[in-house]
Design a protein around this ligand. Sequence first.
Ligand code: FES
Length: 134
Amino acid sequence: MSVKQHEPVAICRGVDVPESDKYGFTILRQGKQSEAFLIRFKGVVYGYLNQCVHMPKTLDCEDGNIFDETGQYLQCSMHKICYDPQSGACVSELCSGKKLTALKVKEAGDWVYWLDKRAISGIDRLLTMNPSQG
Ligand code: FES
């Protein structure tokens, strides 16, 4: 699906992003596929590239989970560093000061939209969306 750079893109329905869970999808970024996800935390939807700041791994590479056992932090399943769900900032000593790459998303009505694809250079289209990923 080809999209224009300034048009909001409907990613999924809001109900597809449960509280403290993820909705994964794939984008084309600088000619390569990149994984991304939406989460809902305290009722608000946030979006990030699914790339750990420690190593080139997705956060859910080991066990499919994106939140830690408390449900209060995003956590990479490889070496367990944690991130603030609202800012993407790493809250673990390892990689302190680094952040997940945020996607500008907004829930409006029944849908979640991706608002500003220009914030990440080179993204030119949304490739796939996987509502079954949980
Ligand atoms: S690869 Fe994510 S914490 Fe090490």
